[in-house]
Design a protein around this ligand. Sequence first.
Ligand code: NAD
Length: 501
Amino acid sequence: MPFDLKTAGYWTALAGRLKPDTGLFIDGEFVEAASGARFATINPANDAVLAEVARGGAADIDRAVASARRAFRTAPWARIPPRARMEVLYRFAELIEAHAEAFAVLDAQDMGKPIAEMLTIDVPGSLACFRFMAEAADKITGSTTATGEQALHYILRQPLGVVGCIVPWNYPLMMAAWKIAPALAAGNAVVLKPAEQSPLSALLLGRLFVEAGGPPGILNVVPGFGEEAGQALARHMDVDKIAFTGSGEVGGLMMEYAGQSNLKHVSTECGGKSPHVIMADAPDLETAVNTAVAGIYGNQGEVCSAGSRVLVERAILPDVLDAFAARTRETVHVGDPLDPATTLGPLVTRSHQRRVLDYIETGRTEGARLAFGGMVPPGCEGGAYVAPTLFADVDNGMRIASEEIFGPVGAVIPFDGLDEALRIANDTVYGLAAGLWTRDLTKAHRFAAGVECGMVWINGYMNGDMTQPWGGWKQTGNGRDKCFEAVVAHTQTKSVWVTLG
Ligand code: NAD
């Protein structure tokens, strides 16, 4: 059932009533940080302090990991019949659904995402993830191998143990769901470290897991800063895996930390600069442009898979630029995240706003042509807003085409023919996603086979469901979220060789 989008007044009143949890969630209860320290989490729509949250540090990570290890060894989570785990995860999903409005308001205020996106994308996407992963719990299988009759050889697939999940702020609830659901379904214990910009929804997840019947200690949530709580978790000697989503720079640190500590498993889901290619023979140019607009301005452009490089075949360039501007004017509504009519909220922080505005300045000095936007929208100076922005005449070598801006800034790059489109598409260190609009099957399949990335959309962009492996090639990292593979990635094999005589 779709969620009712209601009115701005309804959400503002709910935001006024909500009392978010602000402790660390360790061993099934909320506790203070060992240091007693707290940090402010800020609403980027108006710079107001939303809450003062306990600031986890190394001592708290030690406590959380010890709790997770104890629960993994002593609670029956890893050993109960998988269907019993499935039941808990289903109840967990039901409770998340029952608290959908609270989750929507918490993330909308914590990082500026429009409430309508929370209710149509993040909350339903998170529920789908928990339910899919719950169903996966009893589909994990081992195998037997061919042997002579003097032996039986079977291969068990068992949980890893303690998994540290480190997530970014751009989809606080959904990224947490993508990380913790497969880890829990496979029977692991988890320590979740949400981003310091958006810790509130993760804390509600911790509480609801225990309310759903999850054993205390199987899901711990430790908010805190990357270099404190995050680093302590990733360097911990008793953590078996770090499942990371975030920037490539920090993804690289995760691999270093693993090497410097206990060789824990590391999966990384990092940035992107995805090409969204519109050929002159697109089956429906209007839909292609509309999709490209949504593909760059959705979630303020703070999307790993944003189609931030819009490659347009030269013959249709003027038409596409006109349509892009018109569609943006018609459909992108900058405003208060709690207003269901808003489609573009503020960026996550003032410092990120400055970074995105600096990139816009860079685009100008590099010689790209500013087609529209490029400033703080008039009247929105009270929050971290940036207007939807488009650069035309962009060369793929410019910084605005090669670096991840992570804001509502598109770069239109002209090309001639599929070969050039493919060359430009692949001329990036990233490899998360790509889109292509064409009615020519040969072009479509040649592009899909030749483009160097983990996900390709033909005549669409960002469509998919839980069966789709979500992850990238190259410097986007090695992880795969969603999909059954994500559950398997939280297990390890054990070979049992039985001598029969
Ligand atoms: P970030 O790398 O700054 O932070 C991510 C997480 O790592 C946060 O929880 C942070 O506290 C933690 N962290 C930071 N420094 C750390 C350190 N030294 N040690 C341990 N932990 C540390 O990224 P961000 O700004 O929160 O998120 C934006 C990035 O995430 C973008 O690059 C985006 O593309 C990427 N992302 C990728 C995907 C994907 O599926 N590939 C999905 C969403 C976001």
